[in-house]
Design a protein around this ligand. Structure first.
Ligand code: HEC
Ligand code: HEC
Length: 180
């Protein structure tokens, strides 16, 4: 089931918003599990992912999370990319690297996501969703990120998303046939 969206390079979601489906291969196992739990519980309102996460059993989630986490693109010495001054200011204001870690790929806690190289349009939708309250199909309630994003305008969130997406990534889409 997951392959039909997360295993197709460039696959676009069209509801409730149009953007590329996030890359989950190479993401932290604990973060994948925690995101799935948030959809199941309703802390993340995305309707399709809610429907998918709700019936999953704990042991399914553990196995799926470990499977995707094991597909990280391993780059022995990831090059450090110096952010342009305007982006640097935003990253410092939000202290983004203090949690998302070196190169935004080494989060300080397994339940925090790697964000470097993730699709820009998805990052933007995700960041805005932490600002969104009171809608049925859009929004994420996460106290930590809600506190972060409220200090930024949409234009600033877009700038941050584009920069983060341009960085070397451990995330990828691993194409797979649905008919194995
Ligand atoms: C119909 C397409 C579709 C299918 C099928 C699907 N997903 Fe998703 N998935 C999405 C979309 C779209 C999002 C982004 C949702 C959002 O904005 O929060 C997402 C988000 C996620 C996230 C959060 C990623 C992040 O960076 O926070 C995880 C984890 C995930 N999916 C895992 C799975 C797993 C595991 C399966 C199979 C059991 C699956 N998905 C099936 C479309 C799909
Ligand atoms: C205090 C720690 C902390 C700080 C600081 C922080 N984050 Fe986060 N971030 C998190 C956590 C925890 C999550 C997971 C939230 C959830 O489960 O929805 C997250 C999620 C995200 C996501 C969603 C990723 C996805 O795959 O859906 C993005 C994008 C993001 N952060 C970007 C940023 C940016 C940009 C900054 C700086 C402006 C920042 N974060 C600062 C802890 C932090």
């Amino acid at each position: 089931m997951c392959i039909g969206c997360h295993g197709i390079p460039g696959y676009q979601a069209s509801f409730p918003e149009v953007h590329k489906v996030p890359m989950i291969a190479g993401q932290n196992a604990k973060y994948i599990a925690s995101a799935l739990a948030a959809y199941a519980k309703g802390d993340r309102k995305h309707p399709t992912m809610r429907g998918i996460a709700m019936p999953l059993k704990d042991e399914d989630i553990t196995q799926i999370a470990e499977y995707y986490a094991s597909q990280a693109k391993v780059d022995p010495v990831p090059p450090t990319v110096e952010a342009p001054a305007d982006v640097r200011k935003l990253l410092d204001k939000g202290a983004c690297a203090s949690c998302h870690g070196a190169n935004f790929s080494k989060p300080i806690d397994g339940t925090y996501p790697k964000i470097a190289g993730q699709h820009a349009d998805y990052l933007y939708v995700a960041l805005k969703s932490y600002q969104t309250d009171g809608k049925s199909y859009i929004g994420r309630s996460n106290a930590v990120m809600a506190g972060q994003v409220k200090q930024f305008t949409h234009a600033e969130l877009k700038t941050l998303s584009q920069y983060l997406a341009s960085l070397p990534s451990e995330l990828r889409t691993v194409p797979q046939s649905r008919f194995r």
